[in-house]
Write a protein that binds this ligand. Structure first.
Ligand code: AMP
Ligand code: ZN
Length: 665
């Protein structure tokens, strides 16, 4: 190695080390001046010898990179949510369920529930490779350049580490960082940010990572995922993470029984206000990893972990008036205007009143003194009325009878809580709301057409329905709005590109009432085309995962409207995707009616590939060992599933090759 490279490496190591001491251990060893001098020297050398530059050099912590679009990345292992609980009773029930399926003396690890956004960071050979946001749990955004600027996230690891692993944790905005940021904003005449979690989340999505670097984000890690496990408990994994140089904090505690868990919760319930960052609860985890595996997962969350959420903080204030908002589906939401009040660090001025019944149940009257509550990211809500403080002679709040925008009499369907404005065609917030929804990121993702453009296009009568977007011509845009050639072209390109958006998103984009993103996905997967979905009867629909009667009815109603059918025809002619591309090739039905589970390290194929093979051959993948399980496929060093299956005696145990024989490969 030549001298220059050696010097660069030495500087990087020293700087990484100082960063670690300062941002992880809270120790400062050199003056700012000395630190800056080293950094300057490193930057200078990297500039002179660009061949030695490296994205993981600590010199890049200050930013200098612009990311226009964060690529979507599929998580190799899904990022689950946590089940919530609000009382010791809930925790006790959870622990009892665990004792029943494992044994009575389970050890738990209690951790703080950091109130930020979760992140999954990939390390290969001790070097940071990629950082992905949680997204919908299945796929998230690659925000690597931004995460590199977070000083407490190691770029290179020390000690012993698995060759390849993901580490998951929470990116947070410490209270001090938010304060500092807000002082700057106020100086610039900007509105201060209210909520550290949202600000952390917004910061991580900034395009310019020089800005991200200035935001003072921090990152606590709590979960390692790797094929080559070097420890057998959560507790050890935390210790190992610490040794590798991650910020883990010294807050976690190993508990041998529920009493210790309760004590931990009680302690932090009051002590949390003294932490340098916000937490919204405590996470309890089963310590043993083989026991975790044995417990497995529900559709949404691990069975081996539960979150205890702290009670929301309450404040008392006065109801001033009620506004009624009209959504894109015509649903009316009553919103209370409140006398401003401080609550959990923010000023609350408005709160949702949900619907007529909610107002009636509270027996809400004008000028009532009410209690508002706020929990985490949830919009503040009115939870009660202080009836003792009610003035005599106040009148009950009457829900409006007509649409506040278009004046059409409102309707309320049987069995539904919300009122609707039925004037789908001409009620402005509905028409514009549908258009905005259509172009939005999770729908057709036409980002060259923003909310203001939608409004303009609608005003100029160019776009009245979603199908009109596809009739737009560049010349028309330029003429009508004196739009620049380039932005008109961008719009047309964006619209053109949206024709490739897959069916599941198109289905979501149509804006069928009650059909959210996930439901659209499930419907697209099951019915595969808009025609099949249209032809489906109630029973068919209700038999789809996550689809209940309410959603099914709404779908039927949508397709019974002639105008919707015409709209779909127009869109189809424009070239939108109304059929799913069959990604799941069916090979055989040889495994029909059989369920499979895999344990241990597979050598001939990955677990994902194995599960795909099961589905391709008509079988089902199970999530845990039970009497209903037909086959357990056992790889190297199998976990507790193996033992459990042996004990049950009803499960056929196969090795990988026997499994392949089953499907005749
Ligand atoms: P929730 O978003 O309320 O469903 O809670 C689940 C989320 O809590 C996870 O996705 C994590 O982002 C977050 N979380 C914060 N601290 C922890 C922790 N110590 N262990 C596990 N999850 C945590
Ligand atoms: Zn209306």
């Amino acid at each position: 190695m030549n001298n220059i490279l050696a010097r660069i490496k030495a500087l990087r190591q020293d700087i990484n080390n100082l960063n670690y001491k300062y941002y992880v251990l809270d120790q400062s060893e050199v003056s700012d001046y000395e630190f800056d001098k080293m950094l300057e020297e490193l930057k200078q050398l990297e500039k002179e010898y660009p061949e030695y530059d490296d994205p993981n050099s600590p010199s890049h912590r200050v930013g200098g990179q612009i990311t226009k679009n964060f690529p979507t990345v599929v998580h190799e292992k899904r990022m689950y949510s946590l089940d919530n609980s609000y009382s010791f009773e809930d925790i006790k029930d959870w622990a009892e369920r665990i004792s029943k399926s494992i044994h009575d003396s389970v050890e738990y690890v209690c951790e703080l529930k950091y109130d930020g956004l979760s992140i999954s960071i990939l390390y290969e050979n001790g070097v940071l490779k990629q950082a992905i946001t949680r997204g919908d749990g299945f796929q998230g955004d690659d925000v690597t350049p931004n995460v590199r600027t977070i000083r407490s996230v190691p770029l290179e690891l020390s000690g012993k580490y698995p060759e390849r692993f993901f580490i998951r944790g929470e990116i947070i905005m410490p209270k001090k960082s938010l304060e500092k940021l807000n002082i700057e904003r106020i100086k610039e005449g900007l509105e201060p940010y209210a909520n550290p979690r949202n600000t952390a989340s917004g910061s991580l999505k900034l395009q310019d990572n020089t800005e991200v670097a200035k935001r003072g984000l921090d990152c606590y890690l709590y979960y390692i995922i790797t094929e080559d496990m070097q420890y057998s408990t959560q507790w050890d994994s935390l210790r190992n993470a610490k040794e590798m140089g991650f910020k883990v904090g010294n807050y976690a505690r190993l508990c041998s029984g529920l009493d210790e868990v309760y004590k931990f919760i009680e302690h932090w319930n009051t002590e949390r206000h003294h932490l340098p960052f916000e937490i919204d609860g405590i996470v309890v985890k089963v310590n043993s990893i083989s026991e975790q595996e044995e417990l497995g997962y529900t559709a949404k969350s691990p069975r081996w972990s539960i979150a205890y959420k702290f009670k929301a903080e309450k404040a008392e204030t006065q109801l001033l008036s009620v506004d009624y908002q009209v959504g894109r589906t015509g649903a009316i939401t009553p919103v209370a205007n409140l006398k401003p009040v401080q609550l959990a660090g923010t000023t609350v001025k408005r709160a949702s009143l949900h619907n007529e019944d909610f107002i009636a149940n509270l027996d809400l009257r004008s000028n009532d003194i009410v209690f508002v509550e706020k929990g985490g990211e949830i919009i503040p809500k009115i939870v009660d009325v202080n009836y003792d403080k009610r003035e005599p002679g106040t009148v009950k709040l009457e829900f409006i009878k007509n649409c506040p925008v278009c004046g059409t009499p409102l309707i309320r369907k049987e069995g539904e809580a919300a009122h609707f404005c039925p004037n789908e065609e001409n009620c402005l917030p509905q028409v514009v709301g549908r258009l905005e929804h259509f172009v939005s990121r999770k729908a057709m993702n036409i980002d060259s057409v923003g909310a203001e453009t939608v409004l303009m296009l609608h005003e100029k009568n160019l776009v009245r329905t979603i199908a009109d977007f596809y009739d737009l011509r560049k010349e028309l845009l330029i003429d009508l709005d004196r739009m620049a050639d380039k932005s008109a072209q961008n719009m047309i390109n964006g619209i053109e590109k949206s024709k490739e958006i897959p069916f599941e998103k198109v289905l979501y984009a149509l804006g069928i009432r009650h059909v959210g993103e996930t439901t659209a996905k499930k419907l697209a997967k099951r019915f595969k085309s808009i025609d099949k979905l249209r032809e489906a009867d109630m029973e068919d629909l209700v038999n789809t995962e996550d689809v209940g009667e309410k959603i099914a009815l709404s779908i039927k109603e949508y397709f019974s409207n002639q105008e919707h059918l015409e709209l779909i025809e127009r869109l189809r002619k424009s070239g939108l995707q109304f059929e799913s591309e069959d990604t799941q090739t069916v090979i055989s039905d040889i495994l029909a009616g059989k369920s499979f589970l895999f344990t241990g390290k597979l050598t001939a194929f990955t677990r994902e590939q194995a599960e795909e093979m099961v589905e391709q051959n008509g079988g089902k993948n199970a999530s845990a060992v039970s009497k209903n399980l037909n086959y357990l496929v056992v790889g190297e060093k199998p976990g507790s599933k193996f033992k459990k299956a042996q004990q049950l005696g009803t499960v056929t145990i196969l090795d990988e090759y026997q499994f392949l024989n089953l499907i005749d490969i």
